[in-house]
Design a protein around this ligand. Structure first.
Ligand code: PMP
Length: 433
């Protein structure tokens, strides 16, 4: 790690903190020197000290086609060379990209491109408020919807401050977020039908939108209980509130049509980012025509200098074509499941309590002493020390994933059997230590 250390010291002089937040996690003296990356290719990434890793972090998710997919890269370069970078004016490639997204996702009839997941969420929340004329947004503990203010909340919230499970207080809005915004948020415990129904009975008519990840990928990988997403759908419809699926992670990952296809539940609005551009920085807001009405008639201006620029639309268009390969998701889900189950059995064979929750192309191996169906369970049951050792032992054996147990492992659409075999072999060594 000599060169990484050197670069970190240099970075701190001109970059506050020296590196992005994830690279600096976990704190408290553990892993103090972030890895500096030389390059990534497909499912593998190399650091500046020449170490190669099978990569399950995938740029925090967006590299669903692995690093530097040649087809997407070539499409982007070609579009820039032939057309330019951004116009602030309409052009045909934007229509092509939107048509392909609409074709891929069952419940998305129209789509607008944006620059980041946070931005897309902020816009979706505004559209919901403008459409309903209401101001309250309901969100859930343990989920993350980006850095923008309106629904900001640390996913890894301090439960001492948050209070009761039935109705956690909107704490942890974070430094710099106006405290008044707390009044516009109601926070609930996820996967708890009772508290949701009760809230809707009490305040359903004040609620502009309910926002959720369809599976909680910002606390490991917690799946919805049977019927839970359907309940969110039926209750929001009943009270005239909008349902927003934040598919920044699940979109184009758990299935080509994301949760719409995988769970068969159709929200009013859906936000996308990681994945939609195969690693390029692009986000999107999709919705039914009815939900997009205010944008269509010009009441709500969805503006942004870089929205739908050439890089984004070329990346989206090429990515959508690649994702349409028949059998791709079935194959990669099976591959991801083989990895997940393999890790689980290696752990259990070595006397370590661990279990997997997942959706094939994204999962978490929990080191936990009880079942986890929401953030409160995760705090109560996970064994952080075991996870840290696991992370370190895998890293030295050439396998990289998010250094927090409350995140997850991403399997790209280009990982292959050799990656899985290498990872399982590394795990067999790591679990023995
Ligand atoms: N929503 C979800 C579900 C996310 O996981 C994230 C990012 N981790 C965001 C929104 C924010 O996206 P971005 O980082 O692109 O702003």
């Amino acid at each position: 790690t000599a060169r990484s250390r050197e670069l970190f010291e240099r970075a701190k002089l001109t970059i506050p903190g020296g590196a992005g937040s994830t690279a600096r996690l976990p704190r408290n003296g553990w892993n103090p020197y972030p890895l500096f990356i030389e390059q990534g290719q497909g499912s593998r990434i190399t650091d500046v000290d020449g170490n190669e890793y099978v990569d399950y972090l995938l740029g925090l998710g967006p590299d669903i086609l692995g690093h530097r997919h040649p087809v997407v890269t070539e499409a982007v370069v070609k579009a820039i060379q032939e057309q330019g970078t951004s116009f602030g004016l309409p052009y045909e490639l934007e229509i092509e990209a939107s048509e392909k997204v609409v074709a891929a996702v069952p419940g998305v009839e129209q789509v607008r491109f944006a620059n980041s997941g946070s931005e897309a969420v902020g816009q979706a929340v505004r559209i919901a408020r403008a459409t309903t004329g209401r101001r309250i947004i309901v969100r859930f503990e343990g989920l993350y919807h980006g850095w923008q203010d309106s629904v900001y909340w640390s996913n890894h919230v301090d439960l001492d401050k948050a209070g009761s499970a039935e109705r956690p207080r909107p704490v942890a809005m974070g430094p710099g977020v106006p405290a008044e915004l707390e009044e516009t948020l109601v926070v609930l415990t996820w996967n708890d039908a009772e508290s949701f129904v009760k809230l809707m009975e009490e305040r359903g008519e004040e609620i502009a939108a309910v926002i959720t990840e369809p599976a909680v990928l910002n606390t490991g990988c917690i799946l919805p209980e049977p019927g839970y997403l359907e309940l969110l759908r039926s209750e929001t419809t009943k009270y005239g509130a909008m349902l927003i699926f934040d598919e920044v992670i699940t979109g184009f990952r758990i299935a080509r049509g994301g949760a719409h296809e995988y769970y068969g539940v159709i929200p009013d609005l859906t936000t996308y980012a990681k994945g939609v551009g195969g690693g390029f920085p692009v986000a999107a807001i999709g919705g039914t025509k009815e939900a997009m009405r205010l944008i269509a008639d010009g009441t709500y201006s969805h503006s942004g200098t870089y929205n739908a620029n050439v890089v984004q639309c070329a990346a989206v268009s090429a990515t959508m074509d690649l994702l349409a390969e028949p059998g791709l998701y079935e194959r990669q889900r099976a591959l991801g499941d083989r990895l997940a189950r393999g890790l689980e059995s290696i752990a259990n064979d070595n006397g370590i309590d661990a279990y997997v929750t997942g959706l094939g192309t994204v999962f978490q191996l929990w080191f936990a002493d009880g079942p986890i169906k929401n953030w409160r369970d995760a705090v109560a049951h996970t064994r952080e020390g075991v996870f840290k050792r696991w992370y370190e032992e895998m890293l030295v054996r050439g396998v990289l994933f998010h250094p927090l147990q409350f995140e997850n492992l991403f399997v790209s659409l280009v990982h292959d059997d050799r990656d899985i075999d290498d990872t399982l072999e590394a795990a067999a060594g790591a679990m023995k230590v």
